[in-house]
Design a protein around this ligand. Structure first.
Ligand SMILES: [Zn+2]
Length: 388
């Protein structure tokens, strides 16, 4: 629903302003708004400034219409939030979760948490009108079904939307890839507000890209646009789990950094890495590499720069191809400090063309680990209104 979308994005608007933004007649907007007010979707919230005549009445989304849940399932955790229809978060939860668990089991746990949040606000399951869910795998967007998800094979073909509808009969469920919802979160309340074209790159166990085109998420013809982790950075490189040689994520994401750090520690190349390896019982993460680098460990610095350069090199190609206004970097590896970001920036700017980088901004995500839930809520609200 475009009228609602404009109000959602810009805050209270007059009928005339909506007509101008949608490039349509005032009469048609009056009729659309009338219907939306009858459905309690829009409500009048006072008067705007006069431009000579009567002060126009302003319309806003009726926050009290019902509740929306946003769910971001990661490989090892789940983030949830309950929100009103303006996207204001009323309650936020996080818990550990293992996506290798059978889908009905994990979804039941999530549903129980959503019910608890509703109860805390004096509501029950019937008051939930929308639920947005991000999952770490390839999603066929129209059906919300995962297709060959490497991290969560038990979810292949599982009817997530039907399962959610059984529990929340009045809610419109929508399921998308986790990187897409993070990009939507950044677009709705993060660094991407007001930007029509940008990338959100998630760097964690894998590497994925959410693509915002003209203010909307771009999913491609089958829903898997942005799978940049399997772009080749070394034709003679090691074989990735996808079967190809030298994929970006296999060579530069969190596990690759952790493995290089482990080897450096074992070979006596990084004293601080060796100490971390000992302190952590032989288990290192990219965050340990970041900490060692910040404390001056040269081997850790080298690992970060290698990953940053490979990622920046691929980003340069994407920037040349697409010319985005900004790139926001999120995911677990974005917690390893500023050196990683500056290496990515330098590598991108060095390789991409001058015009495409003239006003390009490259930063960490403003929302951090909240990007997913904000995006899931935003997607659920848009999906609910799409029906109206
Ligand atoms: Zn691969």
């Amino acid at each position: 629903m475009k009228a609602v979308g404009q109000v959602r994005k810009r805050g209270p608007l007059s009928r005339t302003a909506i007509a101008e933004l949608l490039d349509t007649s005032r009469a048609s907007v009056t009729s659309i708004v009338g219907n939306l007010m009858e459905m309690n979707v829009l409500t009048e919230v006072g008067h705007g400034k006069s431009d000579g005549g009567r002060r126009p009445r302003l319309l806003d989304i009726n926050a009290g219409l019902g509740f929306i849940a946003g769910v971001d399932i990661g490989a090892t955790s789940v983030d949830l939030a309950l929100a009103d229809f303006r996207g204001e978060i009323l309650e936020r939860r996080s818990d550990v979760a293992d996506v290798r668990t059978a889908p009905d089991q994990l979804l039941n746990t999530i549903n129980d948490m959503v019910s608890e949040m509703l109860n805390q606000h004096g509501a029950d399951d019937s008051h939930l009108l929308g639920i947005g869910m991000g999952v770490p795998g390839p999603v066929h967007f129209p059906t919300g079904v995962l297709i060959r998800p490497p991290l969560m094979p038990a979810w292949e073909g599982f009817p997530i939307k039907d399962f959610l509808r059984d529990r929340f009969p009045n809610a419109r469920p929508v399921v998308d890839n986790d990187v897409n919802i993070m990009a939507l979160g950044e677009a709705s309340v993060g660094g991407g507000v007001g930007l029509d074209n940008f990338f959100y790159i998630k760097i964690g166990t894998g590497i994925g890209c959410g693509i915002i085109v003209d203010g909307e998420i771009y999913r491609g013809s089958d829903g898997c646009a942005g799978d940049v982790g399997h772009i080749c950075v070394d034709y003679n490189g090691p074989i990735c789990h996808c079967g190809n040689a030298g994929c970006l994520e296999f060579m530069a994401a969190g596990p690759a950094m952790a493995e290089k750090a482990r080897l450096a520690a074992k070979n006596g190349e990084g004293k601080l890495l060796a100490k971390a390896l000992k302190d952590k019982d032989g288990q290192l993460t990219s965050v340990d590499v970041g900490e060692a680098a910040a404390a001056g460990d040269q081997a850790a610095n080298k690992i970060i720069e290698e990953s940053g350069r490979m990622i920046g090199g691929v980003l340069a190609g994407l920037v040349n191809f697409y010319n985005p206004k900004a790139i926001f970097i999120g995911g677990g590896v974005s917690n390893i400090g500023h050196q990683f970001l500056s290496t990515i920036r330098q590598a991108t700017l060095r390789r991409a063309t001058a015009l495409s980088t003239r006003s390009l901004q490259i930063d960490y995500s403003k929302l951090g680990s909240d990007a997913g839930v904000h995006g899931a809520i935003w997607l659920a609200i848009e999906n609910t209104f799409a029906l109206a």
